[in-house]
Write a protein that binds this ligand. Structure first.
Ligand SMILES: [Zn+2]
Length: 197
């Protein structure tokens, strides 16, 4: 499922209520729509809001969003609608046909531990110790960054997993387990955002 096949929500009229905007609109197809925190894809970012008062046979709904996220020139054209438990970066990473993925075994890296105010410690992965400046209470945990999670199903990815997939894009890493990789990433299928939790 590519972006152009997602349900498209098109604004028909708009009401400003304080800091919020209620966008009354219509879907081109509403079968996959549900009332939930969700977002509309603007082409270069997302406008988050709540889908309410959905009428599936009529394909009408209200999208309640913050005033600063409302973009009149685009909302009236119709925008792909996506349930909010998928975040925009993850969906775009799956749909991106130019993203490079490599088969890879996860290896632990060192982590920087910094105490937090409530007595926990915050771990941050360290790529290299070169130029690293430690705060007064910080310390390094060797091999402390010992797993990642599949960005699609949250399965733990660690050294025990023989065959996982990694993509690096704009300084961020994505890890996918083999089954999500085959099912969603290879065909660039965005349908995972509509799975039933
Ligand atoms: Zn997975």
């Amino acid at each position: 499922m590519r972006l152009q096949e997602f349900p498209k929500f098109r604004a028909e009229h708009v009401e400003v209520q304080g800091q919020q905007v209620v966008v009354y609109g219509r879907f081109d197809q509403a079968a996959l729509a549900t009332e939930c925190r969700s977002w509309l894809w603007l082409g270069n970012g997302a406008a988050w809001g709540d889908l309410e008062n959905l009428n599936i046979p009529a394909r009408t709904a209200e999208f309640h969003c913050w005033k600063e996220d409302f973009d009149e020139s685009r909302f009236f054209l119709g925008l792909p609608w996506v349930p909010g438990y998928a975040n925009p970066d993850d969906l775009m990473q799956v749909l991106d046909e130019t993203a490079t993925w490599e088969e890879r075994i996860f290896r632990p890296s060192d982590a920087l531990a910094a105490p937090t105010e409530d007595g926990w410690r915050q771990l941050t992965r360290i790529g290299s110790r070169k130029g690293l400046v430690l705060g007064e209470h910080d310390y390094i945990v060797e091999g402390g960054w010992d797993h990642e999670h599949c960005f699609l199903c949250s399965e733990t990815i660690d050294e025990e997993q023989p065959k996982c997939f990694r993509s690096i894009n704009e300084g961020r890493e994505w890890w996918a387990c083999p089954s999500c990789y085959e099912k969603w990433v290879v065909p660039h299928d965005g349908r995972f955002v509509f799975r039933q939790e």
